[in-house]
Each structure stands twice: as C-alpha cells, then as structure tokens.
Design a protein around this ligand. Structure first.
Ligand code: ADP
Length: 450
C-alpha cells in the first residue's frame, strides 16, 4: 500500500479523497493554485504545494508542476478526482514515465474511451447495445444528410472528442442538418481541437441511466447497479439517484452483467461508468467515463462501499474487497448538485460565504469544501456542494432530501438550492416520471430562463 498520495484536484472531490486516504492511514498532499491557498482541501491534507497562478491551465492542469509536487513531497501515487487531468491519457503516460502510480485506468483505456467513435466501436464489439447511427466518423455534409434520411430525423451530431455537453447539435430535419453539422464540427475543433463528428438517432423520451463498473485490471470486474441522471440542464446533470426508479431488478442484472463482462474482457482497472440512454425497455450506450463520477456517492450509499478506497486499493495492486455476490442494494439514495449560480439563468455567482451550515442527521451526507468566510473564486467550476441522502425507500429519501435542504444555510452567494425546493413539489419528480428533456421544459415554463 502507498504511504503518501497526491491529489491533483480541488474542492469537494479533493476533500473526498483526503478522507478516504486518512481512513486507510495514507498521508495526503494537496496541490493548489494561488487562488486556493485558503481552500478546505489544503487545510485538510497533511501537506500542500502551491502549483501556480489561478488559471486552471497554469495550475491544476499543469503536468510539470504536479509531477514536481510529487517529487518534492515523495508522494507515490496521484488521484486525479474528476475533471481536470482525470481523463487525460497523456498525463497518465507522464505519471507512469516518472515511476509514479496513477489511481485510475491505463492511458490506453482512457484514450479508447475518450474518443467517442472508438469507444462506441469498442463497446459494440464487446456486446454492449449502442444508439443506432453512423458507422464511425462523418466527413461531409452530403454523407450527414444521407444518414439523416437513412435513420430518420431527428438526429444528433456529436463531436468524437466532445464532453461536458459541448460539441453536440440536434437536427430536427434535413434543413437543420447543414447548420447543426457545421456547428458541432466547429465546437469540436475550438473546444477539443478535433473536428471529427458522428451521427446518432436522437431519442426523444429517454432516461439517462449509467452503470457503475469496477475492475481489478486482471480480468475481474463487477457492476454496482445504475444511477438515473435524467434531470439535466443543457446536458448537465443536476439531480441523480440510485437505484433508477424505472429499472427492474431483472433489467439491472442483465445490463449490469453485460457491462461488467465488457470491462473484464479489456482488463479495465478501477472505477468506470458506462452511460446509456434508456427508452421503451432498451439500453443504448452513449459513452464511458474512465474516472470517478461526481454522483458516485449515491452508489456508495446503497451498496455501503467506499469507491475511492477501492480505487486506491486496486491501484496499489491489492485485490478488490468485494465480489459481485457481495453487492446488494440497500434502500434508495438521491444527490443534488448545489452550484453557486443565480437563477433563472444559472449565471455563476462567486463571492464570499457569510454563513454556512451543513445539514445532518440520519442518512444525510454533505460533500462540500465550504466554510464560514470562504471566498468562492471565480476561476473554476461553480459546484460548491453535493447533498446526498439515503433512505429505506424512495419516498423516505425524498422526504429526507426536503428536510435536509431546509436545514442547509449558504449565505452570501446565490445557489441552486431554490431549484430543488421547487422540484420537490413536482408530481413528476415525486413519482420518478421524467426523462432527459423534462427539466428543460420545466425551466422554460416555470423560470422563463434559458
Ligand atoms: P457528454 O460527453 O458531453 O456528457 P454524452 O454523450 O454523455 O455527452 O451525452 C450527454 C447527454 O446528451 C445525455 O445524457 C443526453 O441527455 C443527451 N444525448 C446524448 N446522445 C443523445 C441521443 N442520441 N439522443 C438524445 N439525447 C442524447
């Protein structure tokens, strides 16, 4: 086992890793930009190293600075969290070249899954069901139009390098194809340096269902059921739950096995998420994330496992601490993402927290790096906390979420908390009767924002 690990991230996820490491008796090194000198992850870690100015490119994304921080402190392994360098195959290569351990999958697996066309092709070959669409990349508008006719509109044009909801455009008909095709390509080029796109049938009423998988890198893998992340704004998740209200035990077992077998066959290491759209009882693969997800705590809650601990164990060469038959679901869990954003337009709202009080009590977990007097810097993501609740069943989890949201105090900045208070009054949310478009419609009708 490692003696010391470095966490190449900030905010709640850096704290999350510090907590797992401390329980395992492993020392932690935090890295931070000059804007984060007073951040909670810096205060909670055993040691810290300043790695650059506020801009993410010059600090949390600076590979030389992070590797130097390892050398200086003697950290043996790096946990990347999510975002930043977590899915950067080049970084993993550099880490390995310096005889350090990356707590995550291999550079090759990250590369395969990071290119959506290659990922889809790989998954198809491994027997995972995919969204119908083009066979690989689409280079010309003529070809795009032909595919539109073949599969029938609407279709979605997606940048192969896309992520975070960027580089995707829907064409409702042949007239819209030209603009959608060129915009998706341009977004792919400007955001990810790659203008290759592919086309999929656009599903009109699917749910977003993702399967948590975990592999030991030696051909053994398990699944930890699904998360339903259908409540999304601009393709970004805001409310996640496990198990999925629309998924039966039989469906879970079947798709879970398909996913576990697929990652076992490629000797996948550590945590991964296979994302699907689910419509009329069918699953359609859209992408795989080769890292810990923001919403991993709902899975931890219902299975009673620590996924970060497990990541560290496997990265150090130890066996996984569970097998498929050990994993049984207990109750229901919901997470809401609390962002420092001003409604109705969700504009970022950095600033000083004048008062912070986290909710508590049975079945309540608040993952946040906030504290009284903390100033949220304007340079990074606006996620400031995740409130996770766990109950014996979905109604109990919903009641607990409402109660916990009522206890939470975040003064000084606007947050997305009022959105969740409002959503918990909605019949469709209470019954679980929503799909990936539900929240956008609701926002238009109720907030009039964009
Ligand atoms: P990203 O990598 O940017 O997150 P994904 O491929 O995971 O992109 O898709 C994100 C979201 O976009 C999905 O959860 C879903 O809401 C929507 N989406 C993606 N593909 C389709 C599709 N074929 N039909 C309908 N919606 C889609």
């Amino acid at each position: 086992m490692f003696n010391k690990i470095l966490i190449a991230n900030r905010g709640e996820i850096a704290l999350r890793v510090v907590r797992a490491a401390r329980e395992m008796g492993i020392a932690t090194v935090a890295v931070h930009s000059t804007a984060d000198s007073d951040a909670m992850h810096v205060r909670m870690a055993d040691e810290s190293v300043c790695i650059g100015p506020p801009s993410g490119t010059q600090s949390y994304l600076s590979v030389p600075a992070i590797i130097s921080a390892c050398e200086i402190t003697g950290a043996e392994a790096i946990h990347p969290g999510y975002g930043f360098l977590s899915e950067n195959a080049g970084f993993v290569q550099v880490v390995e070249d310096h005889d350090l351990t990356f707590i995550g999958p291999t550079a090759e697996h990250i590369r395969i899954m990071g290119d959506k066309i290659t990922a889809k092709d790989t998954m198809k070959k491994l027997g995972v069901p995919c969204v119908p669409g083009s066979d690989g990349g689409v280079d010309t508008l003529e070809e795009a139009k032909r595919i539109g006719e073949e599969f029938g509109y609407p279709v979605i044009i997606k940048a192969t390098a896309g992520g975070g909801g960027r580089g995707m455009k829907v064409a409702q008909n042949a007239q819209e194809m030209e603009k959608a095709f060129h915009t998706a390509r341009a977004e792919g080029k400007s955001n990810f340096g790659n203008d290759e796109v592919y086309i999929e049938k656009y599903l009109t009423t699917p749910r977003h269902i993702e399967i948590q998988v975990f592999g030991d890198g030696k051909g053994r893998a398990v699944h930890l059921g699904e998360r339903d992340c259908s409540l999304q704004r601009r393709h970004q998740k805001v409310f996640e739950e496990a198990p999925g209200p629309a998924i039966s035990a039989e469906e879970r077992a079947t798709i879970g096995k398909v996913c576990a077998d697929a990652v076992a066959r490629i000797n996948y290491t550590g945590a991964g998420t296979i994302e699907f759209l689910y419509e009329n009882g069918e699953f359609y693969f859209i992408e795989m994330n080769t890292r810990l997800q923001v919403e991993h705590p709902v899975t931890e809650a219902i299975f009673g496992v620590d996924l970060v601990r497990e990541q560290i164990r496997v990265a150090s060469g130890m066996e996984m601490s569970f097998q498929q038959e050990d994993l049984t679901i207990n109750g229901h869990s919901i997470e809401v993402r609390i962002n420092a954003e001003k409604l109705p337009n969700f504009s970022p709202c950095p600033g000083r927290i004048t008062q912070y009080h986290a909710p508590g009590g049975l079945g309540v977990r608040m993952d946040s790096a906030l504290y009284d007097g903390y100033s949220i810097p304007p340079y990074y993501d606006s996620l400031i906390g995740k409130l996770i609740v766990h109950g014996r069943d979905r109604p109990e989890a919903l009641a607990r979420l409402k109660r916990a949201l009522g206890e939470l105090i975040v003064d000084g900045v606007d947050t997305t908390v009022p959105l969740f208070h409002a959503l918990l009054e909605e019949e469709d949310v209470l019954s679980g009767g929503y799909n990936i478009h539900w929240l956008e419609h609701w926002l238009e009708t109720n907030l009039g924002g964009s």
